[in-house]
Design a protein around this ligand. Structure first.
Ligand code: AMP
Length: 462
């Protein structure tokens, strides 16, 4: 999923990029990078870890220029830990200078990659961003304009993507024709900002201008933004999981305040509440849902679990037993809130079921008499092909079990998921414009081996 930002600012871009990426840190913690351009050359710094591990004042002060891009990287398991995949990537070829970073999952990646390898291109990473850069470079070398190079490249990509690039000093921002990956832009006193989520505009005191339209290419300079609709689709496929889990609740994505969607989902879950003493979120992802549940049901909102903010990554724990205890390190029940009580716990999703099982057991260990689990997404029955690590079908607990069997496995007193209809109504975007592949098994693009009954029709824009 990753978080991306591109900025044009006459006062310099390194610090604004740092702040924007900081607001997007939840979208990727594996690595971070910033590339800036001063009219002659690129300046770049990138490395593994969170933004604050990678950047310090001294480094930022060296990143000169009034245009720049950056990324906080999230990669799927298969590509994790490969430092060569850290973005942005910078390229100099012929008379061109290109820097690019993309949050992307391509369906036609293998075919495109082998086509470009056969054309003589050699890749130094496994990223789609490098592949897209190669495609843009080939277009430019064939003699088309900068804008046409992006247009022709977008027309050949099949998948979900949001990207920002600097080509010969000009900033470009582009979004997939189904709108699966979020991207919006805003205006500051001294320039423009394109970012994955609106929270990154807030931190820069930028005025929100618009979401980049699905299939749109923006060309951004200090003088303004020009729009080109490159691709059109009969229906969109906005990612439901952005609203349920990925995005920050204070972001507005394609017109929907994420917090509102989650509160409404919580209220839907509260239609037939069990007799309970308190509603508690599983922090932090369950908070907005739980507030909606509590106000709709009238059951008091009391935190039965608190999160330790300072827990690092769990893989640094040296033994399997310690890793098993990762959930315990992240969260601690409030004994006096849960002991002897009937507790409703609200979380965003169950993927493999490991987290829910540990949490339910932990709350019971602290004396809860009943633990009712409520989940803000529909059961996840299929993997995601668009860049979200949701495990394989074999690992997904809901792919093989019905709700009652899942309840038993996670030791909950009762278990309820939000229905697909309520989920859609809470988000407020029509079902035919949402990607719900992970909960319906029906995907908006042609995925080999998957149900293709609801593929969107994508055409070049007129
Ligand atoms: P699991 O233990 O596999 O059932 O994971 C479910 C928990 O992980 C939930 O509490 C979610 O908040 C969180 N989660 C859901 N999707 C993801 C994801 N793609 N990456 C990391 N964590 C996730």
């Amino acid at each position: 999923m990753s978080g991306i930002a591109g900025i044009v600012d006459s006062r310099g871009v390194a610090y604004p990029l740092y702040y924007a990426l900081h607001a997007l840190q939840h979208r990727g913690q594996e690595a971070a990078g910033i590339s800036t351009f001063d009219g002659r050359a690129f300046f770049m710094h990138k490395g593994p870890g969170q933004l604050s591990d990678v950047f310090c004042e001294k480094v930022l002060s060296r990143l000169a220029g009034n245009v720049g891009i950056g990324q906080v990287l999230y990669t799927q398991k298969a590509h994790r830990g490969r430092t060569e995949n850290i973005q942005p990537f910078n390229f100099n070829f012929k008379d061109h200078k290109l820097s690019i970073t993309v949050s992307v999952a391509l369906i036609n990646r293998e075919a495109l990659r082998s086509e470009y390898e056969e054309k003589g291109h050699i890749f130094s990473s496994t990223t789609n961003a490098e592949l897209i850069a190669a495609m843009i470079a080939h277009e430019l070398i064939a003699g088309v304009s900068a804008e046409e190079a992006f247009v022709n490249t977008m027309q050949r990509l099949s998948g979900a993507y949001a990207g920002v690039a600097i080509l010969d000093g000009v900033l470009y921002a582009f979004r997939d024709p189904l709108g699966t990956k979020p991207l919006c832009y805003g205006k500051t006193e001294f320039g423009y900002v394109a970012v994955s989520e609106s929270v990154a505009l807030d931190i820069l005191s930028a005025t929100f201008e618009a979401d980049v339209r699905p299939g749109e290419l923006l060309t951004i300079t200090e003088d303004g933004v020009s729009h080109r609709q490159v691709l059109e689709s009969d229906h969109k496929a906005y990612c439901v999981f952005e609203y349920v889990y990925i995005a920050r609740p204070d972001s507005v994505i394609d017109g929907v305040l994420v917090y509102d969607a989650r509160r409404k989902i919580g209220a839907c879950l509260a239609k037939n509440p069990p007799k309970a003493d308190l509603v508690s979120p599983v922090p932090d992802s369950g908070i907005a849902f739980a507030t909606g549940y509590a106000s709709a049901s009238g059951i008091p909102y009391i935190e039965g679990l608190l999160k330790n903010r300072y827990v690092g990554r769990t893989f640094i724990m040296p033994t399997p037993t310690l890793r098993e205890n990762a959930v315990r390190m992240k969260m601690n029940p409030v004994r006096r809130h849960v002991a002897g009580k009937s507790v409703i716990l609200v979380d965003d999703s169950i993927v493999r079921g490991t987290t829910s099982l540990r949490i339910v057991d932990m709350v019971r260990d602290f004396g809860a008499e009943e633990v009712h689990m409520r989940i803000g997404s529909s059961p996840i029955v299929a993997p995601c092909y668009f860049g979200i690590d949701l495990a394989t079908r074999e690992e997904l607990i809901a792919a093989g079990l019905d709700v009652e069997s899942i309840r038993e496995k996670i030791h909950a007193t009762t278990l309820q998921y939000v229905s697909t209809e309520e989920l859609v109504a809470s988000i407020g975007i029509p079902a035919e414009d949402l990607c719900m592949g992970c909960s319906t098994g029906r995907f908006p693009l042609d995925i080999p081996g998957e149900c293709t009954g609801c593929c969107r029709k994508i055409t070049p824009a007129k």
